[in-house]
Design a protein around this ligand. Sequence first.
Ligand SMILES: NC(=O)c1ccc[n+]([C@@H]2O[C@H](COP(=O)([O-])OP(=O)(O)OC[C@H]3O[C@@H](n4cnc5c(N)ncnc54)[C@H](OP(=O)(O)O)[C@@H]3O)[C@@H](O)[C@H]2O)c1
Length: 290
Amino acid sequence: MNASSTALPGGTWALGDSTVTRFGYGAMQLAGPWVMGPPADREGALAVLREAVAAGITHIDTSVAYGPRVTNALIHEALHPYQESLFIATKVGANRDAQGGWPTARRPEDLHKQIHETLQTLGVETLDLVNMRMGDAQGPKPGSLTESFETLVELQRNGVVRHLGVSNVTAEQVAEARGIAPIVCVQNGYNLAHRHDDDLIDRLAADGIAYVPFFPLGGFTPLQSEALTAVAARLEAMPMSVALAWLLQRSPNILLIPGTSSTAHLRENIAGAGLALSDDDVAELERIGR
Ligand SMILES: NC(=O)c1ccc[n+]([C@@H]2O[C@H](COP(=O)([O-])OP(=O)(O)OC[C@H]3O[C@@H](n4cnc5c(N)ncnc54)[C@H](OP(=O)(O)O)[C@@H]3O)[C@@H](O)[C@H]2O)c1
């Protein structure tokens, strides 16, 4: 499943019938402050997207809620017509309000509207992957996802969506979705310091399902820890590189979608994620999340 036919760290992974690089890119940070409005540096944002694809990245994560519509429009402008190999993952389940909040929007009519806007802004007729996003900004919340997920399953049957995933979900919701239709990935918050999904990751790996951590670098609160700084200093590497390398080594089903609005950080992350961590390094890093 992971034939390493890419120069990018981590090799590749099969997401359904598509092969993607395990080193991907998350587009959320390209919108304005707090993911609202246009970027301060529009040309810089387009340059990051073009450089990501030029570096060989074939997995980009976005959502029509980012901006809203801003990151999809940037992706379209920078990269359309899309290379055959490019896999664009999207998500539905929330709108944006005037204050920058993320009110949930998961009724069938809400989802149809979001899917329509996603198709329109990305300029495609079929979406590679749609994640059904549950929970709220604080994380997953218990409750049934059946009505929402079945709406996406119907869109998949109609050929509008190729692959399905779930996001910001509990292990119970993952099982509920899998009881309805196959999923290719789970996208949840996870990094060196937030290890709630350790068991879930291992179970998904055994079943060949990808786990795509959002906030791999800590998101709006960048990862900071003495152990991370110490390991990075010992390896003469950047702490963010160590955090990404640890995720790639943690499990073969983990796909990276680190966000950045800077080509310098993009380059640094690509170069650094291939760092080989020794057992001692990993043991020291593992103490962060305990
Ligand atoms: N499903 C969901 O509910 C959900 C929620 C949140 C996010 N996501 C997805 O997950 C992706 C990743 O999450 P994220 O972007 O919020 O968080 P992240 O990848 O953990 O961190 C991004 C932050 O790290 C900084 N950064 C990146 N590389 C760096 C480097 N080498 N040195 C120093 N700082 C660096 C970025 O700043 P610079 O711009 O200055 O580089 C940015 O502020 C998003 O883009 C989005 O696609 C999904």
